[in-house]
Design a protein around this ligand. Structure first.
Ligand code: ZN
Ligand code: ZN
Length: 392
Protein backbone atom coordinates (compact mmCIF):
# COMPACT_ATOMS: atom_id res chain seq x y z
CA UNK A 1 0.00 0.00 0.00
CA UNK A 2 1.51 3.32 -0.98
CA UNK A 3 2.39 5.63 1.85
CA UNK A 4 0.46 8.90 1.75
CA UNK A 5 2.63 11.67 0.36
CA UNK A 6 3.47 14.61 2.55
CA UNK A 7 2.49 18.08 1.49
CA UNK A 8 5.27 19.64 -0.59
CA UNK A 9 5.18 22.92 1.35
CA UNK A 10 5.50 20.97 4.57
CA UNK A 11 8.41 18.98 3.14
CA UNK A 12 10.31 22.17 2.38
CA UNK A 13 9.08 23.87 5.54
CA UNK A 14 7.72 26.94 3.76
CA UNK A 15 4.39 28.74 3.74
CA UNK A 16 1.92 28.34 0.87
CA UNK A 17 2.59 31.96 0.02
CA UNK A 18 6.37 31.54 -0.10
CA UNK A 19 8.18 33.34 -2.93
CA UNK A 20 10.26 31.50 -5.51
CA UNK A 21 13.33 32.75 -3.73
CA UNK A 22 12.18 31.48 -0.32
CA UNK A 23 11.53 28.07 -1.86
CA UNK A 24 14.94 27.93 -3.42
CA UNK A 25 16.64 28.94 -0.19
CA UNK A 26 14.71 26.33 1.79
CA UNK A 27 15.58 23.64 -0.71
CA UNK A 28 19.26 24.53 -0.67
CA UNK A 29 19.34 24.42 3.12
CA UNK A 30 17.62 21.05 3.26
CA UNK A 31 19.60 19.56 0.37
CA UNK A 32 22.77 20.46 2.18
CA UNK A 33 21.53 18.89 5.39
CA UNK A 34 20.14 15.67 3.94
CA UNK A 35 22.59 14.86 1.20
CA UNK A 36 23.39 11.18 1.69
CA UNK A 37 27.11 11.85 1.43
CA UNK A 38 26.86 13.95 4.55
CA UNK A 39 24.94 11.35 6.47
CA UNK A 40 26.94 8.16 6.13
CA UNK A 41 25.45 6.80 9.38
CA UNK A 42 21.87 6.69 8.04
CA UNK A 43 22.33 6.69 4.32
CA UNK A 44 19.09 4.95 3.45
CA UNK A 45 17.01 7.39 5.41
CA UNK A 46 18.74 10.49 4.11
CA UNK A 47 18.45 9.21 0.56
CA UNK A 48 14.67 8.96 0.98
CA UNK A 49 14.58 12.40 2.51
CA UNK A 50 16.76 13.87 -0.21
CA UNK A 51 14.49 12.44 -2.84
CA UNK A 52 11.45 13.81 -1.09
CA UNK A 53 12.75 17.37 -0.90
CA UNK A 54 13.99 17.18 -4.50
CA UNK A 55 10.57 16.09 -5.68
CA UNK A 56 8.90 18.88 -3.70
CA UNK A 57 11.32 21.37 -5.19
CA UNK A 58 10.81 20.06 -8.71
CA UNK A 59 7.13 20.94 -8.37
CA UNK A 60 7.22 24.14 -6.31
CA UNK A 61 10.04 25.76 -8.27
CA UNK A 62 8.08 25.48 -11.51
CA UNK A 63 5.30 28.06 -11.86
CA UNK A 64 3.04 25.77 -13.86
CA UNK A 65 3.53 22.66 -11.76
CA UNK A 66 3.13 24.69 -8.58
CA UNK A 67 -0.23 26.11 -9.64
CA UNK A 68 -1.44 22.65 -10.69
CA UNK A 69 -0.37 21.35 -7.29
CA UNK A 70 -2.08 24.23 -5.47
CA UNK A 71 -5.33 23.46 -7.29
CA UNK A 72 -5.40 19.67 -7.34
CA UNK A 73 -2.79 18.48 -4.87
CA UNK A 74 -0.53 15.53 -5.66
CA UNK A 75 -2.82 14.21 -8.36
CA UNK A 76 -2.38 17.51 -10.25
CA UNK A 77 1.32 16.87 -10.85
CA UNK A 78 1.48 13.11 -11.07
CA UNK A 79 1.79 13.35 -14.85
CA UNK A 80 4.97 15.36 -14.39
CA UNK A 81 6.76 12.23 -13.24
CA UNK A 82 6.99 9.03 -15.20
CA UNK A 83 4.60 6.38 -13.89
CA UNK A 84 3.51 8.81 -11.22
CA UNK A 85 6.77 8.36 -9.40
CA UNK A 86 9.57 10.82 -9.01
CA UNK A 87 12.87 9.72 -10.49
CA UNK A 88 16.16 11.52 -10.77
CA UNK A 89 15.68 11.66 -14.48
CA UNK A 90 12.82 14.10 -13.94
CA UNK A 91 14.82 16.41 -11.78
CA UNK A 92 15.85 19.45 -13.77
CA UNK A 93 17.21 21.78 -11.12
CA UNK A 94 20.71 20.54 -10.51
CA UNK A 95 22.11 23.98 -11.27
CA UNK A 96 20.31 25.35 -8.21
CA UNK A 97 22.39 23.19 -5.90
CA UNK A 98 25.48 22.54 -8.01
CA UNK A 99 27.57 24.97 -6.00
CA UNK A 100 26.77 23.13 -2.76
CA UNK A 101 28.29 19.88 -3.91
CA UNK A 102 30.94 20.87 -6.41
CA UNK A 103 30.71 21.39 -10.12
CA UNK A 104 27.59 20.92 -12.17
CA UNK A 105 29.20 18.16 -14.19
CA UNK A 106 30.03 16.30 -11.04
CA UNK A 107 26.39 16.42 -9.98
CA UNK A 108 25.22 15.27 -13.37
CA UNK A 109 27.68 12.44 -13.33
CA UNK A 110 26.82 11.35 -9.83
CA UNK A 111 23.17 10.97 -10.74
CA UNK A 112 24.02 9.43 -14.06
CA UNK A 113 21.82 11.69 -16.12
CA UNK A 114 24.36 13.47 -18.29
CA UNK A 115 23.19 11.58 -21.35
CA UNK A 116 19.51 12.18 -20.62
CA UNK A 117 20.04 15.90 -20.79
CA UNK A 118 21.94 15.58 -24.04
CA UNK A 119 25.01 17.12 -22.51
CA UNK A 120 27.30 15.04 -24.64
CA UNK A 121 25.70 16.51 -27.74
CA UNK A 122 25.46 13.19 -29.55
CA UNK A 123 22.40 11.30 -30.54
CA UNK A 124 21.99 7.88 -29.08
CA UNK A 125 20.72 4.53 -30.08
CA UNK A 126 21.18 2.12 -32.93
CA UNK A 127 19.81 3.24 -36.24
CA UNK A 128 19.37 6.84 -35.09
CA UNK A 129 20.78 9.69 -37.10
CA UNK A 130 24.25 10.94 -36.31
CA UNK A 131 25.39 14.43 -35.43
CA UNK A 132 25.32 17.01 -38.23
CA UNK A 133 28.48 17.48 -40.24
CA UNK A 134 31.09 20.11 -39.52
CA UNK A 135 31.03 23.58 -41.04
CA UNK A 136 33.84 24.32 -43.46
CA UNK A 137 35.77 27.55 -43.88
CA UNK A 138 37.27 28.61 -47.16
CA UNK A 139 39.48 31.61 -47.68
CA UNK A 140 39.02 33.25 -51.07
CA UNK A 141 41.19 36.01 -52.51
CA UNK A 142 39.55 38.26 -55.05
CA UNK A 143 40.80 41.15 -57.15
CA UNK A 144 39.60 44.69 -56.71
CA UNK A 145 38.23 44.48 -60.25
CA UNK A 146 35.99 41.60 -59.10
CA UNK A 147 34.54 43.90 -56.44
CA UNK A 148 33.50 46.25 -59.24
CA UNK A 149 31.63 43.71 -61.31
CA UNK A 150 30.98 40.79 -58.98
CA UNK A 151 32.19 37.40 -60.14
CA UNK A 152 31.40 33.74 -60.20
CA UNK A 153 34.42 31.89 -58.88
CA UNK A 154 34.91 28.12 -59.07
CA UNK A 155 36.01 26.42 -55.84
CA UNK A 156 37.56 23.01 -55.46
CA UNK A 157 37.99 21.59 -51.98
CA UNK A 158 37.93 18.27 -50.13
CA UNK A 159 35.06 17.43 -47.84
CA UNK A 160 33.56 14.36 -46.24
CA UNK A 161 30.59 12.86 -48.05
CA UNK A 162 28.34 9.98 -47.11
CA UNK A 163 29.94 6.74 -48.30
CA UNK A 164 28.10 5.36 -51.35
CA UNK A 165 28.95 1.75 -50.62
CA UNK A 166 27.15 1.68 -47.26
CA UNK A 167 24.82 4.68 -47.74
CA UNK A 168 26.51 6.30 -44.77
CA UNK A 169 25.76 3.52 -42.30
CA UNK A 170 29.37 2.39 -41.96
CA UNK A 171 28.30 -1.24 -42.09
CA UNK A 172 29.19 -3.77 -44.74
CA UNK A 173 26.42 -3.73 -47.34
CA UNK A 174 24.76 -0.80 -45.55
CA UNK A 175 22.71 -2.94 -43.17
CA UNK A 176 21.16 -1.01 -40.28
CA UNK A 177 23.30 -0.71 -37.21
CA UNK A 178 22.18 -2.50 -34.13
CA UNK A 179 22.01 -0.90 -30.71
CA UNK A 180 25.13 -1.65 -28.71
CA UNK A 181 24.40 -4.64 -26.47
CA UNK A 182 26.62 -3.41 -23.65
CA UNK A 183 24.81 -0.10 -23.15
CA UNK A 184 21.48 -0.81 -24.86
CA UNK A 185 22.17 2.05 -27.25
CA UNK A 186 22.68 4.66 -24.55
CA UNK A 187 26.36 5.12 -25.22
CA UNK A 188 26.89 5.31 -21.46
CA UNK A 189 27.25 2.54 -18.97
CA UNK A 190 25.95 3.02 -15.44
CA UNK A 191 27.24 1.43 -12.33
CA UNK A 192 26.48 1.83 -8.68
CA UNK A 193 29.06 3.14 -6.30
CA UNK A 194 27.66 3.49 -2.84
CA UNK A 195 24.64 5.74 -3.07
CA UNK A 196 25.64 7.20 -6.41
CA UNK A 197 24.91 5.93 -9.84
CA UNK A 198 27.94 6.72 -11.97
CA UNK A 199 28.07 6.64 -15.72
CA UNK A 200 30.96 6.47 -18.14
CA UNK A 201 31.10 6.29 -21.92
CA UNK A 202 30.57 2.74 -23.13
CA UNK A 203 33.84 1.09 -24.12
CA UNK A 204 32.41 -1.28 -26.65
CA UNK A 205 30.80 1.40 -28.86
CA UNK A 206 33.03 4.28 -27.68
CA UNK A 207 29.94 6.23 -26.65
CA UNK A 208 28.28 5.92 -30.06
CA UNK A 209 25.41 3.80 -28.76
CA UNK A 210 25.40 1.70 -31.87
CA UNK A 211 27.55 -1.10 -32.93
CA UNK A 212 29.09 -2.17 -36.21
CA UNK A 213 29.85 -5.85 -36.42
CA UNK A 214 31.15 -5.82 -39.99
CA UNK A 215 32.48 -2.41 -40.97
CA UNK A 216 32.10 -1.18 -44.54
CA UNK A 217 35.41 -1.79 -46.32
CA UNK A 218 35.13 1.43 -48.37
CA UNK A 219 34.98 3.83 -45.42
CA UNK A 220 36.29 1.48 -42.69
CA UNK A 221 33.07 1.94 -40.74
CA UNK A 222 33.12 5.72 -40.63
CA UNK A 223 30.19 6.05 -43.03
CA UNK A 224 31.93 8.95 -44.74
CA UNK A 225 34.70 9.33 -47.28
CA UNK A 226 36.73 12.31 -48.45
CA UNK A 227 35.79 13.62 -51.85
CA UNK A 228 36.66 16.63 -53.93
CA UNK A 229 33.80 19.08 -54.19
CA UNK A 230 33.52 21.53 -57.06
CA UNK A 231 31.12 24.41 -56.88
CA UNK A 232 30.79 27.96 -58.06
CA UNK A 233 30.46 30.76 -55.55
CA UNK A 234 28.79 33.96 -56.65
CA UNK A 235 30.64 36.94 -55.19
CA UNK A 236 28.36 39.99 -55.43
CA UNK A 237 29.65 43.38 -56.55
CA UNK A 238 30.61 45.78 -53.77
CA UNK A 239 31.76 43.20 -51.20
CA UNK A 240 34.21 44.32 -48.56
CA UNK A 241 37.39 42.88 -47.17
CA UNK A 242 36.69 40.30 -44.42
CA UNK A 243 33.08 39.63 -45.44
CA UNK A 244 31.85 36.09 -45.19
CA UNK A 245 29.51 34.33 -47.58
CA UNK A 246 27.48 31.46 -46.18
CA UNK A 247 26.61 28.56 -48.44
CA UNK A 248 24.03 26.58 -46.50
CA UNK A 249 24.39 22.84 -46.59
CA UNK A 250 27.73 22.86 -48.43
CA UNK A 251 29.76 21.74 -45.40
CA UNK A 252 30.59 18.18 -44.48
CA UNK A 253 28.05 15.40 -44.40
CA UNK A 254 27.06 14.30 -40.91
CA UNK A 255 27.65 10.83 -39.56
CA UNK A 256 24.96 8.29 -40.46
CA UNK A 257 22.62 10.58 -42.35
CA UNK A 258 23.05 13.55 -40.00
CA UNK A 259 22.52 16.85 -41.84
CA UNK A 260 25.23 18.74 -43.64
CA UNK A 261 27.19 21.58 -42.11
CA UNK A 262 27.56 24.91 -43.92
CA UNK A 263 30.37 26.37 -45.96
CA UNK A 264 31.68 29.81 -45.06
CA UNK A 265 33.71 31.64 -47.67
CA UNK A 266 35.88 34.39 -46.21
CA UNK A 267 36.67 37.10 -48.72
CA UNK A 268 39.99 38.83 -48.92
CA UNK A 269 40.54 41.58 -51.45
CA UNK A 270 44.06 41.49 -52.86
CA UNK A 271 45.97 44.75 -52.45
CA UNK A 272 46.12 46.72 -55.68
CA UNK A 273 49.37 48.34 -56.86
CA UNK A 274 47.88 51.85 -57.09
CA UNK A 275 44.27 51.86 -55.96
CA UNK A 276 43.36 52.06 -52.31
CA UNK A 277 39.83 51.54 -51.17
CA UNK A 278 38.01 54.17 -49.09
CA UNK A 279 34.60 52.51 -48.65
CA UNK A 280 33.05 53.00 -52.10
CA UNK A 281 35.69 55.44 -53.30
CA UNK A 282 39.02 54.53 -54.80
CA UNK A 283 42.07 56.59 -54.01
CA UNK A 284 44.86 56.83 -56.58
CA UNK A 285 48.05 58.74 -55.94
CA UNK A 286 49.19 60.37 -59.14
CA UNK A 287 52.81 61.52 -59.34
CA UNK A 288 53.35 64.55 -61.58
CA UNK A 289 56.51 66.52 -62.19
CA UNK A 290 57.08 69.94 -60.68
CA UNK A 291 56.80 71.39 -64.17
CA UNK A 292 53.53 69.54 -64.98
CA UNK A 293 52.03 70.79 -61.73
CA UNK A 294 53.22 74.37 -62.43
CA UNK A 295 52.17 74.62 -66.05
CA UNK A 296 49.17 72.29 -65.94
CA UNK A 297 48.79 69.35 -68.24
CA UNK A 298 46.47 66.68 -69.49
CA UNK A 299 47.17 63.10 -68.42
CA UNK A 300 45.65 59.71 -69.12
CA UNK A 301 44.92 58.26 -65.68
CA UNK A 302 43.99 54.65 -64.88
CA UNK A 303 40.55 53.61 -63.61
CA UNK A 304 39.32 50.12 -62.79
CA UNK A 305 37.88 50.04 -66.30
CA UNK A 306 40.51 51.37 -68.68
CA UNK A 307 41.64 54.98 -68.49
CA UNK A 308 40.29 58.50 -68.82
CA UNK A 309 41.87 61.85 -69.77
CA UNK A 310 42.20 64.18 -66.83
CA UNK A 311 43.14 67.87 -66.74
CA UNK A 312 45.68 69.00 -64.15
CA UNK A 313 45.24 72.78 -63.93
CA UNK A 314 48.27 75.14 -63.77
CA UNK A 315 49.47 75.80 -60.22
CA UNK A 316 48.30 72.45 -58.82
CA UNK A 317 49.64 71.88 -55.29
CA UNK A 318 50.96 68.65 -53.75
CA UNK A 319 48.12 66.66 -52.13
CA UNK A 320 45.42 68.40 -54.16
CA UNK A 321 42.73 65.85 -54.96
CA UNK A 322 40.53 65.61 -58.04
CA UNK A 323 37.39 63.58 -58.22
CA UNK A 324 36.42 61.35 -61.13
CA UNK A 325 32.68 60.92 -60.65
CA UNK A 326 31.31 57.37 -60.45
CA UNK A 327 34.64 55.71 -61.25
CA UNK A 328 34.82 54.03 -57.82
CA UNK A 329 33.10 50.91 -56.54
CA UNK A 330 29.42 50.06 -56.37
CA UNK A 331 27.68 49.81 -52.99
CA UNK A 332 26.91 46.25 -51.95
CA UNK A 333 23.21 47.00 -51.77
CA UNK A 334 23.33 48.75 -55.11
CA UNK A 335 22.01 52.20 -55.90
CA UNK A 336 25.14 54.24 -56.41
CA UNK A 337 28.78 54.10 -57.32
CA UNK A 338 31.65 55.75 -55.51
CA UNK A 339 34.21 58.07 -57.09
CA UNK A 340 37.86 57.77 -57.95
CA UNK A 341 39.90 60.28 -56.00
CA UNK A 342 43.11 61.31 -57.76
CA UNK A 343 45.58 62.81 -55.31
CA UNK A 344 48.45 64.69 -56.87
CA UNK A 345 51.94 63.97 -55.66
CA UNK A 346 54.43 66.51 -56.98
CA UNK A 347 57.84 65.14 -57.70
CA UNK A 348 60.97 67.34 -57.55
CA UNK A 349 63.78 66.33 -59.93
CA UNK A 350 66.52 64.43 -58.16
CA UNK A 351 69.10 64.93 -60.89
CA UNK A 352 69.53 67.99 -63.13
CA UNK A 353 71.49 68.38 -66.35
CA UNK A 354 73.64 71.55 -66.43
CA UNK A 355 71.30 73.20 -68.95
CA UNK A 356 68.27 72.49 -66.74
CA UNK A 357 70.08 73.84 -63.73
CA UNK A 358 70.84 77.04 -65.67
CA UNK A 359 67.19 77.43 -66.59
CA UNK A 360 66.06 76.93 -63.00
CA UNK A 361 68.58 79.47 -61.72
CA UNK A 362 67.27 81.91 -64.27
CA UNK A 363 63.70 81.04 -63.18
CA UNK A 364 64.55 81.75 -59.55
CA UNK A 365 66.01 85.18 -60.45
CA UNK A 366 62.79 86.06 -62.24
CA UNK A 367 60.51 84.88 -59.45
CA UNK A 368 58.70 87.52 -57.46
CA UNK A 369 56.93 86.97 -54.16
CA UNK A 370 53.50 86.76 -55.76
CA UNK A 371 54.36 83.45 -57.41
CA UNK A 372 54.60 81.69 -54.03
CA UNK A 373 51.89 83.04 -51.69
CA UNK A 374 52.57 80.39 -49.04
CA UNK A 375 56.25 81.28 -48.76
CA UNK A 376 55.46 84.99 -48.69
CA UNK A 377 52.90 84.63 -45.90
CA UNK A 378 55.16 82.46 -43.74
CA UNK A 379 58.12 84.85 -43.82
CA UNK A 380 56.01 87.92 -43.12
CA UNK A 381 54.76 86.29 -39.92
CA UNK A 382 58.08 84.69 -38.99
CA UNK A 383 60.05 87.94 -39.31
CA UNK A 384 57.53 89.72 -37.11
CA UNK A 385 57.86 87.03 -34.46
CA UNK A 386 61.66 86.89 -34.53
CA UNK A 387 61.80 90.69 -34.05
CA UNK A 388 59.53 90.62 -31.02
CA UNK A 389 60.70 87.58 -29.03
CA UNK A 390 64.10 86.65 -30.44
CA UNK A 391 67.38 87.38 -28.55
CA UNK A 392 67.95 91.14 -28.21
ZN1 ZN B 1 31.00 2.85 -46.23
ZN1 ZN C 1 27.79 0.72 -26.05
Amino acid sequence: MPVAKRDYYEVLGVAKTASADDIKQAFRRLAMKHHPDRNPANKKESEERFKEISEAYEVLSDRQKRSAYDQYGHSGVEGAFRHGNFSWEDFTHFEDVADLFGGLDEIFASFGIGDLLGRTGRSRGGGGKGAPGADLEYSLQIDLADVLTGKEIPLLFPRREACDACRGEGTKGGVKRSACPDCQGRGQVRFQQGFFVMSTPCRRCRGEGSFVQHPCPECRGEGRVRKERRLTVKVPAGVEEGMRLKLSGEGEAGARGGGRGDLYVHLQVKPHPFFQRRESDLLCELPVSMVQASLGCELRVPTLEGSVMMKIPPGTQPGQTFRLKAKGLPALRGGFRGDELVRVKVEIPTRLQPAQRGLLEQFEKLSDNGAFPGIQKFWEQAKQWMKGSGPS
